[in-house]
Each structure stands twice: as C-alpha cells, then as structure tokens.
Write a protein that binds this ligand. Structure first.
Ligand code: IDP
Length: 149
C-alpha cells in the first residue's frame, strides 16, 4: 500500500484545523500509520524544503514553517499520494477549488495550512526525514473490507 507524508502547518495548528484535516482523510478511508507534533528547527525546515533554496520566498517559507508547532503524519492507502494532493487543492489557495482543504480554509500562498508529498519518491524521502521506522505502526483494520473491493 502507498504511503504519503502530510503536515498540518503552523497556521493550521494555530487555527484549530488539525482535527478537520485528520477527519477528512479518515472519512475518505485512508489509514493513519504515524502521527507526531513537533516544532521544526531551521535546519530541518531547510532540508524539507531543499528544492526551494534560493527562491525569493525561501526565507519567508522557513520562518513560517518554524514559527510554531506542526502536526506530522503518515497516511496509507491506494493512490494516497495523488489523492491527498487533490484533497489539499492547489498550492495557492486563491487557485484551489472550493471544497479542497486550501480552497476552504486558505487565502494566501504563504499560509496554505497543509503540506502533502508531491510524488511517491518525495513521500519516502519526507517520511524518512520526519519518522524513524519504529514510529510507523502497521496494523489491520477490519473496516478495510468496506472501503476496498
Ligand atoms: P506544495 O506545498 O503545494 O507542494 P511547493 O511549490 O512545493 O507547493 O511549495 C512549497 C511551499 O512553499 C508551499 O506550500 C507554500 O507554503 C510555499 N510557497 C510556494 N510558493 C510560494 C510563493 O510564491 N510565495 C510564498 N510561499 C510560497
């Protein structure tokens, strides 16, 4: 089964959207296999967003993502990487479709509430950056027969 890395960003935590975001993924049928709250150090933030180093918004992005605690999660399920991207909506909340997380709760691109990996390879890198293997919990869910055919 595919896994993805999801993070409720500091604005999402401050605004009380942790439960809402977890609830949407749970209700869709995805399985939560890892969860922790932490505050990113600048070093960790720069590793996580290494692809954006040098861009004009990079310093602001690092100060935003380290400005308060985040909730880091690993979710599992069929096609979960792409599905979470769709459920989050476009990076810029102004362009995110109504009903998506960012299209419902966001206005500015630099306060877009949530992160989700953009590919399975990125997911693996991000999961390894935030979680050790023993922090990820494998378990059976009886209700899976009602979610997967
Ligand atoms: P993603 O989060 O949808 O994968 P990326 O392009 O990887 O989008 O950008 C990472 C994060 O950097 C975005 O979620 C957003 O918080 C921030 N970001 C991207 N572009 C801008 C910008 O033009 N101004 C401010 N922040 C930006």
């Amino acid at each position: 089964m595919e896994r993805t890395f999801v993070m409720v960003k500091p604005d999402g935590v401050q605004r009380g959207l942790v439960g809402e975001i977890i609830s949407r993924l749970e209700k869709r049928g995805y399985k939560l296999v890892g969860l922790k709250m932490l505050r990113l150090t600048p070093e960790m933030a720069e590793r996580h967003y290494a692809e954006h180093r040098g861009k004009p918004f990079f310093p602001g992005l690092i100060s935003y993502i380290t400005s308060g605690p985040v909730v880091a999660m690993v979710w599992e399920g069929k096609n979960v990487v792409a599905a979470v991207r769709e459920m989050m909506g476009a990076t810029d909340p102004q362009k995110a479709l109504p009903g998506t997380i960012r299209g419902t709760y966001g206005i500015d691109i630099g306060r877009n509430v949530v992160h989700g990996s953009d590919s399975p390879a990125t997911a693996e890198r991000e999961i390894n950056l935030f979680f050790s293997p023993e922090e990820l919990v494998a378990y059976e869910r009886n209700l899976d027969v009602w979610i997967y055919e």
